[in-house]
Design a protein around this ligand. Structure first.
Ligand SMILES: C[S@@+](CC[C@H](N)C(=O)[O-])C[C@H]1O[C@@H](n2cnc3c(N)ncnc32)[C@H](O)[C@@H]1O
Length: 271
C-alpha cells in the first residue's frame, strides 16, 4: 500500500510556498465555502489544515460566534498554523494533531472542508467518508483540489512555461497518490455513499510582468526539484532554479503571452 504521508515535507521554504499559494487560492476557496453554505456562527472542520490558510478563511466567515477545528497530522504544520491563528487574533480555532481519516468525529459540524488533500491520500474515498462523519445531518462536505495532470497552456506558445508545467506534473505524478482526484469527485463521492457533488472549476490565468503565476510555478518546482532529480526527470544541476521565476517572466512577456496555471476543481455535497 502507498503510504499517504505528505510528500512535500514541511521545511521553512515549503511552509512559505504554501502561504504564497494560499494568497492565489483564497478567492476560489472562498467561493467554495460560500456555495457550501458556510455562514456566521457555524462550526467547521478543516481536514489537512497545513499552515492554516483554509482554517483562517473559515474563521473569518464564521466569526467570533463560530468555531473552526483544524486537523493535520504534521506537528510542524500545526505549530505554524497555531502561531498564525494567534497572530490574526482568532481565538476560535482549535488545532488537533492526527490523521483526519481517524480522529474522533463528533457529527456536530455544519461543514467539513479539505483543500489539496485528496491528491495525497492512499484512499481518497476513506477521507471523504471520514469528512461526512464530522458533519451533522443536513451539513455539507467540500473539497478544493488541484489537477496535477497534463500541460498548462500558453498563447502564444511559451515553451518554457509548458516544459516547467510538464516537469511539475510529472514530478507530482511520481510522488502523489491521486493526481486526478479533483477530476474524480463524482466517482469518489459515489464510492463514499454520498450524493452527487455540485462542482465548479477555476483556472488561474495571467501574463505581463507582475503575474504571481511566475513565483508560484518557480517555487513549486523548487520544492519538487530534488525529487525530479532523484527520479531522473532532470539531471543534477541542469535547472537554474534561482533564475526560473525571471526566465518565466521574460519568456511570457517577450511574446505578450497569456498563461494558464493548474485547474482548480471544487466540489461539495450535503450529507
Ligand atoms: C498540500 S497541504 C495543504 C494544506 C492546506 N489544506 C492548504 O490548502 O493550504 C496538505 C496537508 O494535508 C496534511 N494531510 C494530508 N493527509 C492527511 C491526513 N490523512 N490527515 C491529516 N493531515 C493530512 C499534510 O500534512 C499537509 O499539511
Amino acid at each position: 500500500m502507498v503510504e499517504d504521508t505528505y510528500v512535500l515535507g514541511h521545511s521553512k521554504q515549503e511552509l512559505r510556498r504554501l502561504m504564497l499559494q494560499a494568497e492565489n487560492l483564497r478567492p476560489i476557496t472562498m467561493r467554495l465555502l460560500r456555495e457550501a453554505g458556510l455562514a456566521p456562527g457555524m462550526r467547521v472542520v478543516d481536514l489537512g489544515c497545513g499552515v492554516g490558510d483554509v482554517a483562517l478563511l473559515a474563521a473569518e466567515i464564521v466569526g467570533p460566534t463560530g468555531t473552526v477545528i483544524a486537523i493535520d497530522r504534521n506537528p510542524t504544520a500545526i505549530i505554524a498554523a497555531r502561531a498564525r491563528a494567534n497572530a490574526a487574533g482568532h481565538a476560535n480555532i482549535e488545532f488537533v494533531e492526527g490523521n483526519a481519516s481517524e480522529v474522533a468525529r463528533s457529527g456536530t459540524c455544519d461543514l467539513a472542508i479539505g483543500r489539496y488533500v485528496l491528491v495525497h491520500q492512499s484512499d481518497p474515498v476513506a477521507l471523504i467518508r471520514a469528512a461526512a462523519t464530522h458533519v451533522r445531518p443536513g451539513g455539507a462536505i467540500a473539497f478544493h483540489e488541484v489537477f496535477l495532470m497534463g500541460t498548462w497552456w500558453s498563447y502564444p506558445s511559451v515553451p518554457l512555461w509548458q516544459q516547467t508545467s510538464d516537469l511539475i506534473n510529472k514530478t507530482f505524478g511520481s510522488v502523489v497518490t491521486h493526481p486526478d482526484a479533483g477530476a474524480r469527485m463524482i466517482e469518489h463521492f459515489h464510492n463514499a455513499g454520498l450524493p452527487l457533488p455540485s462542482l465548479f472549476s477555476e483556472t488561474p490565468v495571467g501574463g505581463g510582468p507582475n503575474s504571481p503565476l511566475y513565483p508560484w510555478a518557480a517555487e513549486t518546482f523548487r520544492t519538487l526539484l530534488p525529487r525530479a532529480e532523484d527520479v531522473g526527470l532532470v539531471k543534477p544541476g541542469e535547472i537554474d532554479i534561482d533564475s526560473l521565476e525571471d526566465r518565466l517572466r521574460q519568456a511570457v512577456t517577450a511574446v505578450h503571452g497569456q498563461i494558464g496555471f493548474a485547474h482548480q476543481h471544487c466540489g461539495w455535497a450535503k450529507v
